[in-house]
Design a protein around this ligand. Structure first.
Ligand SMILES: Nc1ncnc2c1ncn2[C@@H]1O[C@H](COP(=O)(O)OP(=O)(O)OP(=O)(O)O)[C@@H](O)[C@H]1O
Ligand SMILES: [Mg+2]
Length: 483
C-alpha cells in the first residue's frame, strides 16, 4: 500500500470522532482531537505532499539543546561521533560535561527543564536522536524517517507525522551509522542500502544517497517486546477463537499453509503464532532473510540468509537455505517469506514428504498468492511449463490464510481459503471463512464484523483425519451462523 493510501486511511481516522480522536490527540497529531471533519481541518494541517516548511509545535528547549550540543562538540571534539567509540565511555564523558554546559546556559531553566534537556541531549548523542522516545514507546509499531525533518510513526494502525526532527542530515546519518555499525554493516555511496536489527529485535532499513534522492531515509519496524500469542490476535479481532482452533488443527494435521497479505499486514506475526502450534517433538527448521520468528519450541534450528559482501561474493539466498534444510532431516520447514525462485524449492519440499511446512507470500488476495507463487517459480529459471507449475502449487499448498489491514487500522484475517486442486489449467480454491464486511462499522469507524464461515466443508478434513486430527463439522456451519 502506498504511503498516500495509508495517509488516506489516516484521514478516515481523523474524521471519526471518539476514541481514535483521543488517541490522535494524545500523540499531538495536528488537527486531531477536534471533532472537525477532515474538510474543516485547515489545509496546513492536513497531509500535503511536502511538509518541509510545516511549522512544528513550539519546543522551548530546542534552542537550549542546540546550544548545548554545539558546546559539547567544542568540548569533546569529533570523538562525540566516532562510530567506533565505546558507547559507555562516551556516555560517561557526556554525562560529566553536560551539567557544566547547561550551567552556562543563559535561559533560566527549572530543575524539570534541565532534566528533560539532559535526557533529550543524551538521546540525541548516545541513542537514536529524536526517535529514541518512539523506540521506547510500546504504542509505536513503525517509525519512518523520510528525511531528517520528516518523520512519520504508526500507532494503532494509523500513520501520523511526528512533531520531531533530527538536527540536520548529518545527525540522521550519524544515527544510521551508529545502528548499522553495531551489527557490523556499513552504509555509504558504494552500498547505499542496508538492513540491520536493533538490539531489541526491531528491523531497520536504511537507504542513503545516491539511491535515496532527497537524503537518507530510515524505516524501523518494531515488534512487541513479548511476541504476540494467539490470544492477543483473538483480542485484536484478527481472527476468532474458532478459526484459531481451525488453524491449530491445520498445522498439527500437517497441512501446508501459506500466509498471504500486503506489506506490514501482519504476515510474519501470524506465521509466528501458527508456528507455535507445531508439535514440540518435531524438528523444525526456520529460514528467514532477517530472523524475526521467535518460536518457543526447543527443537528449532534457525537459519538466516546473507547478502553478498562488498566484493559481491558470499551471498547465501533463501533458496540455498531451503535446499540445504532438506538435507538436515527436518520434520517441518518454516520459511519467513518466499519472494523469488525459492518458491520452487519450497513447493518441492512440500510435495516430497515435508508436509506441514509454513511460509508467507506477499499478495493481494488468496488467488493472487497462487499467481505470485507461479511467477516466483518462473524466477527459478527452470523453464517449466505453466501447467506443471500450477500442478505443483495445487498439490503442495493446502490452505491460504490472507491478511489485510482494514480502514480502521486493524489487521485481520479476511480469508481462510482451501486450495482444492485443478480444473483444466486453473488452480481451484474455495473460501472457507471470510471477513464479514456486511456487519458495517461502529460510530468510530471500527469494523463490527469478524470471520464467518461460508458454509463450505473443506476437503482437507479427510487429510486431517488421516493425520489423527479431528475438527468439528459444526465449525463449517451455514453462512453467517458461525459466531
Ligand atoms: N494481528 C495484528 N494486530 C495488530 N498489530 C499487528 C498484528 N500483526 C502484526 N502487527 C504489528 O504490525 C506490524 C507488522 O507486522 P509484521 O511484521 O508481522 O507484518 P508483515 O506482513 O510480515 O510485514 P512485511 O510485509 O514488512 O514483512 C508489527 O509492528 C506488528 O507488531
Ligand atoms: Mg514479514
Amino acid at each position: 500500500m502506498s504511503l498516500q493510501d495509508r495517509l488516506g486511511q489516516r484521514a478516515v481516522g481523523v474524521s471519526s470522532a471518539g476514541v481514535l480522536q483521543e488517541r490522535l490527540a494524545a500523540v499531538g497529531e495536528p488537527g486531531a482531537g477536534t471533532a472537525h471533519p477532515v474538510s474543516a481541518v485547515p489545509v496546513s494541517s492536513t497531509v500535503m505532499n511536502s511538509r518541509r516548511n510545516h511549522r512544528r509545535a513550539y519546543d522551548p528547549l530546542a534552542a537550549v539543546r542546540r546550544r548545548a550540543h554545539e558546546a559539547l562538540l567544542e568540548l569533546l571534539g569529533p570523538q562525540l561521533y566516532e562510530v567506533s567509540a565505546d558507547d559507555e565511555e562516551l556516555a560517561r564523558r557526556v554525562r560529566e560535561a553536560l551539567p557544566e554546559v547547561l550551567s552556562r546556559e543563559e535561559t533560566a531553566l527549572t530543575a524539570g527543564d534541565r532534566a528533560t534537556a539532559m535526557r533529550q541531549i543524551l538521546d540525541e548523542i548516545l541513542g537514536h536522536g529524536p526517535i529514541e522516545p518512539m523506540l521506547r514507546d510500546p504504542e509505536v509499531t513503525e517509525i519512518m524517517v523520510n528525511a531528517w525533518d520528516r518523520i512519520y510513526v504508526e500507532r494503532y494502525g494509523h500513520i501520523h507525522e511526528a512533531d520531531v526532527a533530527f538536527m540536520d542530515e548529518q545527525h540522521l546519518r550519524r544515527v544510521i551509522d551508529r545502528i548499522v555499525s553495531r551489527v557490523g554493516r556499513r552504509v555509504d555511496e558504494s552500498s547505499p542500502m542496508v538492513d540491520a536489527r536493533l538490539p531489541d529485535g526491531s528491523r531497520v532499513n536504511a537507504v542513503v544517497p545516491p539511491v535515496a534522492l532527497d537524503g537518507a531515509a530510515l524505516t524501523i519496524r518494531k515488534f512487541s517486546t513479548e511476541p504476540y500469542v494467539v490470544d492477543d490476535l483473538i483480542r485484536f479481532g484478527t481472527l476468532t477463537k474458532q478459526t484459531a482452533d481451525l488453524l491449530r488443527a491445520c498445522v498439527q494435521g500437517r497441512l501446508d499453509v501459506v500466509v498471504s497479505g500486503g506489506t506490514g499486514t501482519g504476515k510474519t506475526t501470524l506465521l509466528n503464532v501458527i508456528s507455535s502450534f507445531l508439535p514440540a517433538d518435531e524438528r523444525i527448521i526456520t529460514i528467514e532473510d532477517s530472523a524475526e520468528l521467535r518460536l518457543a519450541q526447543e527443537h528449532v534450528l534457525r537459519m538466516e540468509s546473507r547478502p553478498p559482501n562488498i566484493e559481491g561474493r558470499g551471498e547465501i539466498t533463501i533458496r540455498d537455505l531451503v535446499r540445504n534444510a532438506l538435507r538436515m532431516r527436518p520434520d517441518r520447514i518454516v520459511v519467513g517469506e518466499v519472494r523469488d525462485g525459492a518458491a520452487l524449492d519450497m513447493l518441492q519440499a512440500m510435495n516430497t514428504g515435508h508436509d506441514g511446512s509454513l511460509t508467507t507470500v506477499h499478495a493481494n488476495s488468496p488467488r493472487d498468492s497462487v499467481a505470485r507463487l507461479e511467477t516466483m517459480v518462473l524466477m527459478a529459471g527452470m523453464d517449466l511449463p505453466i501447467r506443471a507449475i500450477r500442478e505443483q502449487i495445487a498439490a503442495a499448498v493446502d490452505v491460504v490464510v490472507h491478511l489485510s489491514r482494514l480502514r480502521d487500522g486493524t489487521r485481520r484475517i479476511t480469508h481462510i481459503t482451501e486450495v482444492t486442486g485443478m480444473e483444466g489449467d486453473v488452480v481451484t480454491m474455495q473460501d472457507l471463512f471470510v471477513f464479514d464486511y456486511r456487519a458495517g462499522t461502529d460510530q468510530y469507524g471500527r469494523h463490527n464484523g469478524q470471520l464467518i464461515s461460508t458454509g463450505l466443508r473443506p476437503k482437507f478434513i479427510d487429510t486431517l483425519a488421516d493425520n489423527g486430527v479431528s475438527v468439528s463439522p459444526e465449525l463449517f456451519g451455514r453462512v453467517g451462523s458461525h459466531v
